[in-house]
Design a protein around this ligand. Structure first.
Ligand code: GLU
Ligand code: ZN
Length: 290
């Protein structure tokens, strides 16, 4: 563990209530924290102000406490505007960003997409010299290079972020900070040395590494992407599709111990469901993962 970066983080977005998938994610964060000697930060990722709700923010803390988790530090992205402005200015002064006024429709019509359905932005606005005004997006001049990293669970990766996503956005056309930018800025300045998150985000890693480098971070965080719990159709659980929420289960009378046991069973960590404390669940996940 690098003393400049003593934290790992659990970083849910308050765009819905937490569900079983979040419990597994939190257990993996705490298991990795124990295994590798990190402290845990809870970070509320409300960069998308159009979808975030105060009720969901309050529920994140309540649900985690009800399950028995405690954390060493907490932050919320809506309090970090000064950080994002300052770091964006750092990139601007190095000539690493440009303004973009492509509409959503035009962007989709004129750029290819990758296998995750994301735009590979080809740089339409790069040489237009558009001003950095409120209604323009801001894009990063993604370097065209192969990035290698070793995931603590999944092993070695090599990806070229330019080929994967092109010049990705740091701020959108309605002035909101994007997930990629907010996460990299926060991981850098909140002392995050280990990123633990679901496998669905593994292809964000190479672009996050190059962006962190451009911001002046000399050692990128370590990364660990864990498997997801899937629904009976094999799809990842999603708030948008109303995966049963933790508080819904609680209101129906389920105990935290029963829910933790179920999650461990669904994730294949134990054979069949049993009552488990948060501490025992973390130990089981730790033994299973490492
Ligand atoms: N806020 C993201 C989510 O809830 C997680 C971001 C990350 O761990 O990098 O999916
Ligand atoms: Zn553009």
């Amino acid at each position: 563990m690098n003393s400049e970066y003593p934290f790992t983080r659990f970083a849910p977005s308050p765009t819905g209530y937490l569900h079983r998938g979040h419990i597994l994610s939190a257990l993996c964060v705490y298991a990795a924290a124990e295994k590798f000697g990190y402290r845990v930060r809870l970070r509320i990722e409300n960069h998308d102000q159009s979808r975030a709700r105060q009720a969901y923010i309050d529920a994140i803390r309540e649900d985690l406490e009800w399950l028995g988790f405690t954390w060493d530090a907490e932050s919320i992205q809506s309090a970090n505007t000064e950080r994002y402005e300052r770091l964006l200015e750092r990139l601007r002064s190095k000539g690493l960003i440009y303004a973009c006024n492509c509409s959503r429709k035009f962007t989709f019509e004129t750029n290819p997409t990758n296998s995750d359905g994301e735009i590979i932005y080809q740089g339409h606005c790069q040489n237009l010299g558009l001003p950095f005004t409120k209604d323009h997006a801001v894009r990063f001049k993604t370097p065209n290079e192969n990035i290698e990293w070793e995931d603590l669970l999944l092993g070695k990766f090599m990806e070229n972020p330019k080929e994967l996503c092109g010049d990705f956005a740091l701020k959108d056309r309605i002035g909101q900070w994007t997930y990629q930018f907010a996460v990299v800025a926060d991981d850098f300045e909140e002392g995050i040395g280990l990123v633990v998150r679901g496998e669905d985000l593994k292809h964000s890693t190479s672009r996050q590494i190059v962006l962190a480098q451009a911001l002046g971070r000399t050692t990128p965080p370590l990364f660990l992407h864990h498997p997801l719990i899937v629904d009976p159709m094999g799809k990842k659980l999603s708030k948008r599709e109303h995966a049963a929420s933790i508080r819904g289960e609680r209101d129906k009378g389920k105990s935290a111990e029963a829910l933790l046991g179920e999650v461990c069973a669904k994730a294949g960590i134990i054979k069949k469901t049993q009552l488990l404390s948060v501490k025992d669940s973390i130990q089981l996940v730790k033994n299973r993962l490492f």
